[in-house]
Design a binder for this molecule. Structure first.
Ligand code: SF4
Length: 279
């Protein structure tokens, strides 16, 4: 049994909130470069260059990549042989989010749904916890912007819709979203499970590095087909036309009930932020 004081978790979450909001991953910058090579619209190429420049300035000057610094979504993989001391996990994460958003001068974007009164410190965070073997703790902070989250959907297809139904729905969702999710986007797709599990699969699929291949050949093929169809829509970077509407489509799938065919589409904007650490 290994003991971890929750104070360390607070410190790590604080740092990850600031890092994620100012330092876009190398895989995203690589994907911008790839898109610049294949983009046919001169304006699209110019915009992709500006997104790169924006990311460079954000990293160098430690300012947010976007004014919307997102809902703090936190994934925790907690080793079952870890004993947390000094407080509780949830409050430690909330405190890390409070400190990170305050010290990093990140916009606080969370409010009461009815009154719209701001909670003032960007809490609560959304925490997804998995208990895993071992005595380590892995924390991933993935701030999620409102514009792209608003374009996301969960739908209960019927089993007879099949794979073609998935393609039709996902591509249609991206088409209807237009410029709202700040393209080029990354399209997270969750298939199977239950209503809520499909949504979580879609969100988790976004954590896979851009440029990596799905381990399941059938899903890798489907991702490629969906991306090709999406990039025929002509929405382009920032919705101003071009072939780079999305940088990637990622799928996670699990078995579902014999009567169901859940599908979730979690659209992620070009500010594809997530940082992780292991304790
Ligand atoms: S959707 Fe993304 S890029 Fe657009 S405003 Fe929100 S965080 Fe920024």
């Amino acid at each position: 049994m290994r003991e971890i004081n929750v104070k360390l978790i607070t410190e790590k979450v604080r740092d990850l909130c600031m890092e994620a909001n100012t330092d876009l991953g190398e895989d995203v910058l690589w994907a911008f470069d790839q898109a610049m090579k294949s983009e046919e619209s001169p304006l699209g190429v110019e915009i992709l260059g500006e997104l790169k420049e924006n990311a460079r300035i954000a990293k160098e000057e430690k300012v947010p990549i976007c004014q919307d610094t997102g809902f703090a979504v936190v994934f925790v993989e907690l080793g079952q042989d870890v004993h947390l001391t000094g407080g509780n996990l949830k409050e430690a994460i909330f405190e890390g989010v409070r400190q990170g958003y305050r010290e990093g001068y990140l916009r606080k974007s969370i409010c009461h749904p009815f009154t719209r009164a701001n909670t003032g410190d960007n809490t609560p965070a959304i925490i997804h916890t998995d208990i895993v073997p071992g005595e380590k703790l892995r924390i991933t902070v993935a701030p999620k912007g409102g514009g792209s989250e608003n374009m996301s959907r969960v739908v209960m297809l019927t089993p007879s819709d099949g794979v073609e139904g998935i393609k039709r729905y996902v591509v249609g969702r991206v088409r209807e979203s237009g410029s709202n999710p700040c393209p080029p986007t990354i399209v997270g797709i969750g298939i199977g499970g239950t209503f809520e599990q499909a949504a979580l699969l879609a969100k988790k699929s976004l954590l896979r590095p851009l440029g990596s291949k799905n381990q399941d050949p059938e899903l890798a093929k489907l991702e490629s087909e969906i991306l090709t169809e999406i990039n025929k829509l002509g929405i382009g970077p920032q919705g101003l036309g071009g072939r780079t509407t999305s940088l990637a489509a990622h799928i996670l799938m699990m078995p579902c009930h014999i009567a169901s065919f859940p599908l979730a589409v979690n659209i992620q904007c070009h500010v594809h932020r997530h940082k992780e650490t292991e304790i």
